[in-house]
Design a protein around this ligand. Structure first.
Ligand code: 9D3
Length: 245
């Protein structure tokens, strides 16, 4: 999968050289390329922004350098690329959208800076608009990296154990169960006995119950979205019983 990023700060994408995404780059499963609108300017000042028509604070990214950078990305592309604008006005990114994006083979991600980009770029170069959450970032780069990270994890062969992506909390619709590692006791806190029992059925039951219970406590709106089996309802009832006593 090819990610083409239009950004004034290509150096930020060095963060993609680490961990799971870094390995996906090394093995050729993904390719990340940056296109800096400043490199496509034709004036002596390499100007990419200008004041806002109508007044108000802050600068707006100009159409021409962005359009030229998109053109540069297209010329570098092996296949047709859809455009994604990372913007606070976009639709909220979630797991379902990440899954949909992961079947694309080529994306152009537009990471804005300043107050935003000239609205006419979206008419000239149509694309989907995505936000990563209801908080204010200083620019679209971190949002692009969140998209790359989450989408890359869904690609076949990227995350070692196939089961671990499928079972990831948001694919399953539940929060994760609690994890423990050595030592068995720390600060008088003991690892739950069942996890040391070697009884795999009991361990699975304990973990499912914890996942259901924690989702019920912390993110009840997630529980409402999924179908619980009769066993799930029994485990959750047990959890609620144990919590209230
Ligand atoms: C004062 C009005 N602000 C709009 C909410 C201006 C503004 C804030 C932040 C304009 C651009 C930005 C930079 N943010 C992004 O480019 C961005 C973003 C975000 O801030 N939050 C969540 N998702 C995203 S995706 C891109």
């Amino acid at each position: 999968m090819q990610f083409n990023i239009v950004t004034l700060f290509p150096e930020m994408f060095a963060a993609m050289n680490y961990g799971v995404v870094g390995r996906a780059k090394e093995t050729g499963l993904i390719d990340i390329r940056c296109f800096n609108p400043r490199d496509y300017t034709e004036d002596n000042y390499h100007k990419v922004d200008d004041t806002s028509y109508g007044g108000g604070p802050g600068m707006v990214m100009m159409v021409k350098p962005l359009q030229a950078a998109i053109q540069g990305a297209r010329e570098n592309s092996k296949s047709f690329a859809s455009i994604v604008y990372l913007t606070p006005q976009g639709k909220l990114l979630n797991h379902d959208l990440v899954k949909e994006l992961s079947v694309q083979e080529n994306l152009i991600l537009i990471s804005g800076r300043y107050e935003g980009i000239d609205e006419r770029l979206l008419k000239i170069e149509p694309g989907i608009e995505l936000s990563i959450g209801d908080y204010v970032l200083s620019g679209g780069e971190l949002a692009s990296m969140v998209l790359i990270d989450t989408v890359t994890r869904q690609l076949p062969g990227v995350v070692g154990d196939a089961g671990s992506v499928a079972q990831d909390s948001f694919s399953a619709g539940l929060l994760d169960y609690p994890h423990y590692t050595r030592p068995e006791v720390i600060n008088d806190l003991k690892v739950p006995d069942v996890l040391l029992s070697g009884n795999h059925a009991e361990i699975a039951r304990f973990r499912r119950k914890q996942a259901l219970g924690r989702t019920w406590l912390r993110r009840p709106e997630l529980l409402a979205k999924i179908e619980l089996t009769a066993i799930d309802r029994m485990l959750l009832n047990e959890f609620i019983e144990e919590t209230s006593s």
